[in-house]
Write a protein that binds this ligand. Structure first.
Ligand SMILES: Nc1ncnc2c1ncn2[C@@H]1O[C@H](COP(=O)(O)OP(=O)(O)OP(=O)(O)O)[C@@H](O)[C@H]1O
Ligand SMILES: [Mg+2]
Length: 356
């Protein structure tokens, strides 16, 4: 069993005049699990289809295992793709569906059956092999679609929102199964999703895309703790990071609700301060805000506030006792502040450079 590295080098894709993917550079390590994450229309599927050979780049090169594959047919790339609509053959049994790629490869019947048994065991489909797809639940159909991709033992797995048709409980279950599958197979996985929870929980690294462009490519923790720009800052995290627009002068960030000293010099005048809801500490501190909405979720309370005319969201304990209309003192965790250039939208500070 072996994995392959995957490289996108200056990949550009236009449909007619419309740019779908712009200057995409992505070096994926052999055996890595990466997610392409971003809002609808940002170019995730197009990127995956170019890797699969179902779409041709307008310019740039794609390599798999060090070999440029631009002119290599999809069937010769040693990749397997699981589509969002898993499209099983309805007239075939589960076993026949899984065996189909092997039959096309011309494998003998005994060998096919051995492979199907191996895959069925891995995906816990043994008891379902003689059923037809319509006799299966959504999650079971999903596992069959995975099995059909797995049976070929490709070097690279391409998955396009494979869990989007499942209910929340099954999705959580399948996330765990995919993590386990990746670990046991050691193959390269390229996973497309607009669900940040999926990307955060499964990936070694996340490629965050917006409008056809790559905005950050980093491990989940880094994308969360050190977003490279305002887009990533606002896209990752639920509720999203608070963004407070203000001015930087005399070594201080100035906002109607607060003045915060920062160490680094040469900061541009127009800046945006980012702070996650869990890093807004309610109840004490030098700043004041008005409580607008209190949303108890069970184990915690999401509090929406007005801080000097800017919306501010905080996570509070379930027993916060806060009420709408109340003025509440607050502080921001000084080691968890993010500073961005409001003009370029790029991150300015290493967070450890920030002083209260
Ligand atoms: N065959 C096509 N012809 C013309 N435009 C296309 C084609 N395929 C995709 N596009 C456009 O390219 C852009 C990127 O599409 P893509 O399907 O890659 O987005 P996506 O990130 O997968 O979105 P979603 O989350 O909705 O699946 C979109 O603006 C889309 O309309
Ligand atoms: Mg898509």
């Amino acid at each position: 069993m072996s994995a392959a590295e995957v490289t996108f080098a200056k990949i550009h894709k236009s449909f007619g005049g419309a740019v779908a993917v712009r200057e995409l550079d992505l070096a994926i390590r052999a055996g890595e699990f990466i997610s392409l994450l971003g809002p609808s229309g940002c170019g995730k599927t197009t990127s995956l289809r170019m890797l699969a050979g179902l779409e041709f780049p307008t310019s740039g090169t794609i390599s798999i295992g060090g070999r440029v594959v631009n002119d290599i047919a999809p069937g010769k790339r040693d990749v397997a793709m699981v589509f969002q609509s898993y499209a099983l053959y309805p007239h075939m049994t589960v076993g026949e569906n899984i065996a189909y790629p092997l039959k096309k490869q011309g494998l003998a019947r005994a060998e096919r059956e051995a492979q199907v048994r191996r895959i069925a065991e891995m995906l816990k489909l043994e008891a379902l092999l003689t059923r037809k797809p319509r006799q299966l639940s959504g999650g079971q159909q999903q596992r069959v679609a995975l099995g059909r991709a797995l049976v070929r033992s490709p070097k690279v797995f391409l998955l396009d929102e494979p869990l989007s048709n499942l209910d929340a409980k099954l999705r959580a279950h399948m996330r765990a199964e995919l993590i386990e599958l990746h670990r046991s197979l050691g193959r390269t996985f390229v996973y497309v999703t607009h669900d940040q929870l999926e990307a955060m929980t499964m990936s070694d690294r996340i490629a965050v895309m917006e409008g056809g462009e790559l905005r950050q490519f980093a491990p989940p923790r880094e994308v969360y703790d050190r977003p490279a720009n305002l887009f990533v800052a606002g896209f990752i995290g639920t509720p999203p990071m608070n963004i407070l627009h203000g001015n930087f002068a005399d070594g201080r960030f100035h906002h109607p609700a607060m003045t915060i000293p920062f160490r680094p010099a040469g900061t541009p005048t127009k800046v945006a301060l980012g702070v996650r809801p869990e890093d807004v500490l309610l109840g004490q501190g030098p700043h004041r805000a008005i409580v607008r909405v209190v949303e108890p979720t069970g184990h915690e309370t999401i509090v929406m506030l007005d801080a000097g005319g800017s919306p501010l969201t905080a996570r509070a304990s379930a027993e916060s006792g806060l009420r709408a209309g109340e003025v509440v003192p607050f502080d921001l965790r000084p080691d968890r502040l993010h500073l961005f250039d409001a003009t370029t939208t790029l991150r300015l500070d290493a967070r450890e450079e920030v002083t209260p």
